[in-house]
Structure formats: structure tokens, C-alpha cells
Ligand binder design. Structure first.
Ligand code: SF4
Ligand code: SF4
Length: 94
């Protein structure tokens, strides 16, 4: 994967996330992804949640920063996304 970050710095280095026990992000139909040109979910997600491996999209839901972009960015409307259950997910502190 091409990185836009210097020295492959982890973009979540300063983000506090409490992962739930199961994913809040799901692919509706994995077959649809096979012929999806450029697989844009693998680069528009700011937290690099999605990646392509062994002919399917894999989801690192633990990295999600809840920006809400993934259902809108998928050209095939193939992503189901909801907020993580209460008490889990990203913690934005001031
Ligand atoms: S953008 Fe949508 S259809 Fe394309 S690979 Fe990602 S989830 Fe699948
Ligand atoms: S909500 Fe945002 S950060 Fe979370 S998976 Fe979707 S695009 Fe990535």
C-alpha cells in the first residue's frame, strides 16, 4: 500500500479507541467487491480500516474513528455502518 504519511507513521497514534467485541461494519455482498474498480474503500477511509486480501475486503473495525464516510464512499452501496455499541469506539477528549 502506498503511504502518504512520513515514515509510515500510524495515523491513529494519538487516538484512543475502545474496540467492541464484534464489528459494527459489514460488507453486504462480498461478491460485489470482486469487480469493484479501484476498490475505493481501501483509500478513502482515513483510518485504513479496509484492505483487500485473498480476493475479499477485510475490515479492521477496531481502527474506525467513526467519521461516517464509508456508506457514502462505496460506489456500490455495499457497506453497512453503524456506531459501535455504547461505551465502545473512539474516545474524543478535550
Ligand atoms: S468500495 Fe464498496 S464495493 Fe468496492 S470494494 Fe469497497 S466495499 Fe466493495
Ligand atoms: S466510519 Fe470512517 S473511519 Fe470508520 S470505517 Fe468508515 S470511513 Fe473508515
Amino acid at each position: 500500500m502506498t503511504s502518504f504519511l512520513k515514515n509510515n507513521e500510524n495515523p491513529l497514534k494519538y487516538v484512543n479507541i475502545i474496540p467492541a467485541g464484534k464489528s459494527h461494519i459489514h460488507i453486504r455482498n462480498k461478491k460485489v467487491c470482486l469487480d469493484c474498480e479501484n476498490k475505493p474503500c481501501t483509500y478513502y477511509c482515513p483510518a485504513r480500516v479496509f484492505f483487500w486480501e485473498v480476493n475479499e475486503i477485510k475490515i479492521l473495525f477496531e481502527r474506525c474513528i467513526e467519521c461516517g464516510a464509508c456508506p457514502w464512499g462505496c460506489p456500490r452501496e455495499n457497506i453497512d455502518w453503524v456506531y459501535p455499541p455504547g461505551g465502545y469506539g473512539v474516545k474524543y477528549e478535550v
